[in-house]
Write a protein that binds this ligand. Structure first.
Ligand code: FAD
Length: 534
């Protein structure tokens, strides 16, 4: 279907395009109307709406559906929504959204049903003064790492909200992101983006017209002629229309490292509208993969992530039925699960000529830490802040984008792999394969060597805007009980401060337990009164 064509005169187009860049005009065309397309279009529109030289058009197909999953976000989404200018109350109510305060990993260390640890969104106490992990080591037999250094695990365990009704929009008492309905999120974003001036075209892109130098001049649509532009954002999902199919940019597969390539997803109704609402994503390891369980106000989203080489469709159905405590017959009668296949990986380059790929078009790796939407947010922010205004800037910005985002994808691979490498599960070939030494990136092996002695620190993660800072690594490493082999001398004088910090956590936990309502209760209050606008 997709082809490069010279049906438009390349020289004329090149001249016209160079002129528009020369006067600072940038016509941006976003291809794809999923979360990636609308988030990018909305952010660009919000931040450049007063600039008459910038236009934004989003084209999406009526026949290719959006992926329809992607229901867990990071705390970064609060800042993104605020930047776009969406009210948090409107967002929560129209997207069937709830508060997510982190992840709870169950049965990752061993298959014991009691096995559980937390990766909360709030950083360890006293993170700016001292490395609290070093002081926790001597107490590790009495208390788990996360509840010792943060009040958030106790808040999550009690099903409490991260804020009160009087806390203003996007502000918090405990850091949080969201669980949301992906379809409703897209509807809200598109409505808002159109209010900000984004032009919406519903049609299929069927061909790409190129300039002689390889830049894209225009996209040929099925019904509505061609759509010219200066900058094209490929948000076409797994189709990867421009960066993948047109430019033939190879996908860097990471399946040798992270096996999972399939997800079987269902939506699960609550028994009644008062059922408690989890305020973290539950990620429960299985013999052949893991199950996500996300609580929205009106339903749960549940899915089994696995490797097609180890689990066939019938086995995947059986695993999901068992997780939901249903017989296979009951499960089949009640649900029509959706099987999604993907090749875990990312493009060798994301920005080529005047096209940048965002979202699933750029890559996708299993959603173990829900890292896809945050990559969309970071990409949109980068494009908006570094929007090239002439052709000479274009190549520089492209190069920077490629460097930064390649690094970020590698960090995701490394961080997700850590969850498997530290497991002691040996109840299947799957777990042995996930831990095989040859499958561990050398950069992670190096870090693990250092962490036999040292606490993860900024020396391991030197970028200013690391996706996963040292604290995230500490939560996983020590949650999985991977402690340094040899103790290190504690810095003189820091012991008193550490004891104070541990006491602060206990005190704050008590205050929060007494002062916070449940996740569901806060959402009910917001429905009745709304949050205070900022
Ligand atoms: C199983 C699973 C679980 C996930 N869980 C999470 C999670 O918890 N957290 C998270 O952050 N992310 C998650 N993700 C990822 C997340 O769903 C996506 O990153 C996000 O939805 C963005 O998708 P997208 O917009 O890139 O693609 P899509 O939603 O697939 O949108 C593609 C768009 O391109 C359009 N299109 C395609 N072809 C054409 C054409 N020829 N012409 C015009 N338009 C076209 C389509 O119409 C559609 O509008 C998950 C993904 C999967 C598969």
């Amino acid at each position: 279907m997709m082809q490069s064509t010279d049906s438009l005169a390349p020289d004329n187009l090149a001249t016209a395009n160079a002129q528009s860049f020369a006067v600072g005009q940038v016509n941006i065309v976003v291809v794809g109307g999923g979360s990636a397309g609308w988030l990018t279009a909305a952010l660009l529109a919000a931040e450049h709406q007063t600039d008459p030289l910038i236009t934004i058009t989003l084209i999406e197909s009526a026949s290719v559906p959006t992926i329809g999953v992607g229901e867990g976000t990071w705390p970064s989404m609060r800042a993104t929504l605020a930047r776009i200018g969406i009210s948090e109350t409107e967002f929560l109510l129209s997207c069937d959204a709830s508060f997510k305060q982190g992840s709870v990993f169950r049965q990752w260390r061993s298959a014991d049903p009691q096995d559980c640890y937390y990766h909360p969104f709030t950083a360890p106490v006293a993170a700016n003064d001292l490395d609290i992990a070093e002081h926790w080591f001597s107490h590790h037999q009495q208390v788990e790492f996360a509840p010792a250094v943060s009040s958030q695990p106790a808040v999550i365990a009690a099903g409490l909200a991260p804020k009160r009704i009087a806390t203003p929009e996007y502000a918090f008492l405990q850091n949080y992101g969201y669980h949301l309905d992906a379809g409703k999120f897209v509807a809200l974003l598109s409505q808002h983006a159109k209010r900000l001036g984004v032009k919406h075209v519903v049609d299929d892109v069927v061909a790409v017209h190129s300039h002689i130098d390889g830049r894209i001049a225009a996209l040929q649509t099925g019904q509505q002629g061609s759509l010219a532009g200066d900058l094209f954002v490929d948000c076409s999902g797994l189709q990867s229309l421009i960066i993948g199919r047109h430019y033939q940019t190879p996908l860097v597969s990471v399946q040798h490292c992270l096996l999972n390539d399939s997800a079987l997803a269902v939506q699960v109704a609550y028994d009644d509208e008062h059922t408690p609402l989890a305020s973290a994503t539950l990620a429960t390891a299985q013999a052949q993969g893991w199950v996500w369980d996300i609580g929205l106000p009106t339903r749960r989203g549940v899915g089994f992530v696995h490797h097609s080489g180890h689990t066939n469709e019938a086995q995947a159905l059986a695993t999901l039925a068992q997780y939901l405590r249903l017989s296979e017959q009951e499960f089949s009668a009640r649900y029509q699960p959706r099987l999604i296949r993907f090749t875990p990986g990312y493009r060798e380059q994301f920005w080529r000529h005047n096209c940048v790929a965002v979202g699933m078009a750029a890559g996708f790796i299993e959603p173990l830490e829900a890292s896809a939407l945050v990559m969309v947010e970071l990409s949109a922010k980068f494009i908006s802040e570094q929007l090239p205004r002439n052709l000479s800037q274009l190549a520089i910005v492209a190069e920077r984008f490629n460097q930064i985002f390649s690094y970020r994808w590698q960090q995701i691979v490394e961080f997700l792999k850590l969850h498997y490498v530290l497991s002691a599960r040996d109840d299947s070939d799957y777990w042995l394969a996930q831990r095989a030494e040859a499958s561990i990136p050398s950069s992670l092996q190096e870090k693990l060597l250092m962490w036999h002695q040292f606490v993860p620190s900024r020396y391991d993660l030197p970028m200013a805007e690391e996706l996963f800072p040292a604290a995230s690594y500490q939560y996983i490493l020590y949650g999985m009980r991977h402690l340094p082999r040899s103790g290190r001398p504690i810095k003189p004088g820091s012991d008193l401060r550490a004891r104070q910090a541990f006491a602060e956590v206990q005190q704050k936990t008590q205050q929060l337990r007494a002062g916070l309502v449940s996740n569901r209760e806060l959402l009910n209050q917001i429905k009745a009164h709304g949050l205070q606008k900022i």
